[in-house]
Design a protein around this ligand. Structure first.
Ligand SMILES: Cc1cc2nc3c(=O)[nH]c(=O)nc-3n(C[C@H](O)[C@H](O)[C@H](O)COP(=O)(O)OP(=O)(O)OC[C@H]3O[C@@H](n4cnc5c(N)ncnc54)[C@H](O)[C@@H]3O)c2cc1C
Length: 810
């Protein structure tokens, strides 16, 4: 009995220590004390007690005396690790060491410290940035006729180009000393989001010079001479840049490019590069004057040194050089931004055309990875957020304006389901975008966070567009100047494909890079293994591997106890979201444990098991998205947003539960899978989807001019200008809501008094004669009906007009 009691005490104390990640020395002292208790109170023989003390003493010495531990244990672990570690290509190594880690590292710890999330400062626009949004950006939006741009001329009008150049839209990221605006990532994102709420084509033209491309690369790696020459020309729009990486044989696997540069002697015996390339899909290439080119550099005559193959290199090439061929265009989903191939045949450039000069020859991949880490979370998430917010703004209003079966369609449960998803996902897209760009402004360059932001904002935006189209019915389908949906609906796969197509991003990059970059110990272990200094490597490996073992044991304890208590055992901030903080803490521990067990049982082959790593990626991404949703709510301080954040968190938790379930179903080692299932789902799968009532609350807030609707459609261009088909929505919405009680009266009283009329106007007139309506009420109803017809109307065309449209051309 005493022994059983002692075992229970031992397990309980060990679990508490493991749960709280106690240091090894604390474990040792506590275990010594427990053994002392056992020695005093148990009736075990002296021999048994002596044996136990000897075993304990030996283990305590081996584990706590570091030189002994390294000699007796770590040496062997190190050689085993070396044999089983996955081999990494040079480009993979560069990608893994690029940038840094933010909140996602905390989620990977299995024990997120929410106070750190709360301390992340909110992003804020400067007065200059706010004025730019309210001035030149607003003016630009008023100038855009998106129908004309995409369907008639398939080009951006000259006056828009002039406006962009005049107001410095191409220099948002360029420092003031070079004539740029030097805006924050937040301001940059807000500008793109606002412009994209009117036109993806124009937003793309603004975004490319400001994202991954010559300016970004020059800023980080350019020589002073290159910066002094190019940056002012780029900021003013004198040079139009493009960046050419993708080629016919190298799409997602961009490191497989075959485009090459050979070092040779050019004019006047000057060291030069002879370039040959064939690139496709290059945005702005048809009109670019300056091409940022990625190619593989070779030095067969050893003009630079011993090395023959120098690796991927980035250089700047004037599009006017002999041998450069540009101008032809691709036709990306009817969207008029210039995109096309570029080829170069024996193009000669001086060696100092390399970005950063000769010293940066062969460092192109690292440059691209580091710049992509930041850029990927600015342009594309901003671009799709503009569209998503516009869908939210329009769909809520339309569902209130459009009537069927004598009531507005937003009152039907089915339509509310679609509206709920639009509301919840738009809330999530906005919070994810802001959370990640604020991170950039706080100094983060996280490849994992930017991949999550790009992948999920673009995927969710596509879903938002689907639901918006469903709510609008035929109004969404029939294209024309008054259709505010179809163009962005058609365009939505573009952002999913570019800057890393989403399937690859989800199944390979987010977890593949995350597992190594965000895991608290793996990168340290890999660096220690690769250390050429054997003694230093052994010491570093010893530190990392034993800390890793402690982390694993702790996650076992945390996963089980948090699953049993639904996360209630952990310390979290209080308030209306306490329950979600707790459940995300629980899932952080479940994810950390599952990730470690997958790596331990599958090893290096895990990176090829994309269906498994994709589910781990879902878990990490949803934890990150849940954190961003909570952070957004805490920053907004807007109680009306509570249904949105709780719907989003419930939805994410259900999806995490499903991903974890599927991960366990498919983990190859079935014994480990069974043990894990007991630990992570000890009471079964208990997370429930959001209740319908939550959805109804969200839908109602979108069906009328609520504060939360205004907040979630902030920076959407809604002015009632001639080319802005959503410009009238708000005023008609207000008109329709004001007339609803009259419509009710007309319907019910008219029915009671058997009012007749072949159409609405006749019924109103009859109701006026019957005394149901006053003169002004009748007029109000007729005006409202006219306004409603204006919003629900669709365009029609003659056969000739259709034949002349660009998209109709064969
Ligand atoms: C409109 C547009 C603009 C672009 N602008 C530029 C630009 O300015 N500059 C530039 O250099 N490039 C540009 N690109 C190229 C873009 O970044 C690439 O298209 C993208 O990287 C994917 O390459 P791909 O289209 O050849 O697809 P593929 O590589 O053929 O991939 C097809 C599918 O397979 C998936 N896939 C591929 N490998 C894996 C894997 N290992 N695991 C899982 N899934 C995988 C992908 O996710 C994708 O879904 C642009 C592309 C488009 C369409």
């Amino acid at each position: 009995m005493i022994i059983l009691g002692w075992i229970i005490l031992f397990l309980a104390v060990t679990s508490i220590l493991a749960f709280n990640r106690a240091a090894l020395i604390i474990f040792t002292i506590t275990d010594a004390f427990l053994l002392l208790v056992f020695s005093v109170f148990s009736h075990a023989s002296d021999v048994t007690l002596s044996t136990l003390w000897v075993i304990f003493g030996l283990l305590a010495i081996i584990f706590n005396v570091l030189p002994l531990r390294q000699r007796l244990l770590t040496r062997y672990l190190l050689s085993f690790y070396r044999k089983s570690m996955p081999s990494l290509s040079a480009t993979e190594k560069e990608a893994l060491t690029a940038g840094n880690v933010g909140w996602e590292g905390e989620l990977f710890s299995g024990m997120p410290d929410w106070s750190k999330l709360q301390k992340i400062p909110a992003g804020k626009l400067s007065a200059e940035e706010a004025a730019f949004l309210a001035g030149p950006v607003e003016e630009l939006c008023a100038m855009i006729d998106n129908w004309d741009i995409n369907q008639r001329r398939f080009n951006i009008p000259a006056e828009i180009w002039q406006h962009l150049k005049k107001h410095g839209f191409f220099g948002l990221i360029i420092p003031k000393q070079y004539g740029g605006k030097q805006f924050s990532a937040l301001a940059h994102s807000q500008v793109i989001a606002k412009v994209s709420s009117v036109s993806i084509a124009v937003a793309t033209i603004v975004s490319v010079p400001n994202s991954l491309g010559p300016a970004e690369l020059l800023l980080h790696y350019g020589t002073d001479a290159q910066k002094d020459y190019y940056l002012p020309r780029l900021a003013s729009g004198e040079e139009i840049p493009c960046f050419a990486l993708t080629s016919p044989l190298a799409g997602s696997d961009a490191s497989a490019i075959v485009d090459e540069g050979v070092i040779c002697r050019g004019e006047n015996n000057q060291l030069s590069i002879r370039l040959n390339w064939d690139k496709r899909y290059i945005t702005l290439s048809p009109i670019a004057t300056l091409i940022g080119l990625a190619f593989k550099l070779y030095d067969p005559d050893h003009l630079l040194g011993e090395q023959e193959s120098l690796g991927i290199t980035c250089a700047l090439i004037s599009a006017h050089l002999p041998g450069v061929k540009t101008g032809r265009r691709h036709f990306p989903l009817c969207c008029a931004f210039p995109n096309g191939p570029t080829q170069g045949h024996d193009v000669m450039i001086p060696l100092d055309g390399i970005i950063g000069g000769a010293a940066m020859a062969g460092h192109g991949w690292r440059m691209l990875m580091e710049s992509l880490a930041a850029g990927r979370s600015i342009s594309l998430p901003a671009m799709v957020t503009g569209g998503a917010k516009r869908m939210l703004y329009a769909s809520g209003a339309y569902a209130r304006i459009r009537e069927q079966f004598h009531t507005y369609i937003g009152s039907f449960g089915g339509v509310q389901e679609a509206l709920t998803r639009i509301g919840g996902y738009t809330y999530l897209v906005e919070s994810l975008r802001l959370f990640t760009v604020t991170g950039i402004d706080n100094g983060l360059r996280s490849a994992v966070a930017s991949a999550i932001s790009k992948c999920y904002t673009t995927a969710l935006s596509r879903e938002i567009h689907d639901h918006a189209m469903d709510i609008h019915g035929g109004k969404g389908i029939c294209m024309g100047p008054s259709n505010y949906l179809a163009q962005t609906y058609i365009e939505s796969p573009i952002s999913i494909t570019v800057e890393g197509a989403n399937i690859l991003t989800r199944s390979m990059i987010i977890f593949g890079q995350g597992a190594i970059r965000c895991h608290p110990y793996i990168l340290a272990e890999m660096n220690a293994v690769a250390d050429a200094n054997e003694a230093r490597g052994l010491r570093a490996f010893d530190q990392a591997i034993f800390a890793h073992a402690g982390y694993l044991i702790s996650n076992f304890a945390r996963a089980f106890s948090l699953s049993m208590s639904f996360g209630r055992l952990c310390q979290t901030p209080s308030g209306p979201l306490k329950n979600y903080y707790q459940q995300f803490s629980q899932y952080s521990a479940l994810f950390a444990l599952s990730a470690d067990m997958a790596m331990l049982t599958i090893g290096g082959k895990l990176k090829r098991k994309e269906k498994l790593s994709g589910r781990l990626s879902d878990l990490l991404s949803m934890l990150y998205m849940g954190s961003s949703a909570i952070k957004y709510y805490e920053l907004q301080d807007e109680p009306e947003m509570l249904p949105f954040v709780s719907w989003v968190c419930d939805e994410l938790l259900v999806q995490m539960q499903q991903s974890l379930h599927e991960f366990l179903l498919n983990l190859p080692n079935r014994w480990v899978a069974c043990v894990l299932r007991v630990l992570v789902f000890p009471l079964g799968r208990r997370v429930q989807p959001p209740r319908d009532q939550r959805g109804t609350e969200i839908a109602k807030l979108l069906l009328s001019p609520s504060r939360v609707r205004a907040r979630l459609s902030q920076h959407v261009y809604t002015a009632a200008t001639v080319h802005n088909p959503i410009g009238l929505l708000d005023s008609v919405l207000a008109q329709v809501i004001a007339a609803e009680s009259l419509e009710e009266k007309l319907y019910h009283e008219g029915k009671r008094l058997k009012i007749k009329g072949r159409n609405f106007a006749e019924k109103v007139r009859s109701a006026l004669i019957a005394g149901i309506l006053t003169e002004s009420e009748a007029q109000q109803l007729l005006d409202t009906e006219n306004a409603r017809l204006k919003i629900t109307a669709v365009d029609d065309f003659s056969q000739e007009e259709l034949a002349n449209m660009r998209c109709g051309e064969a």
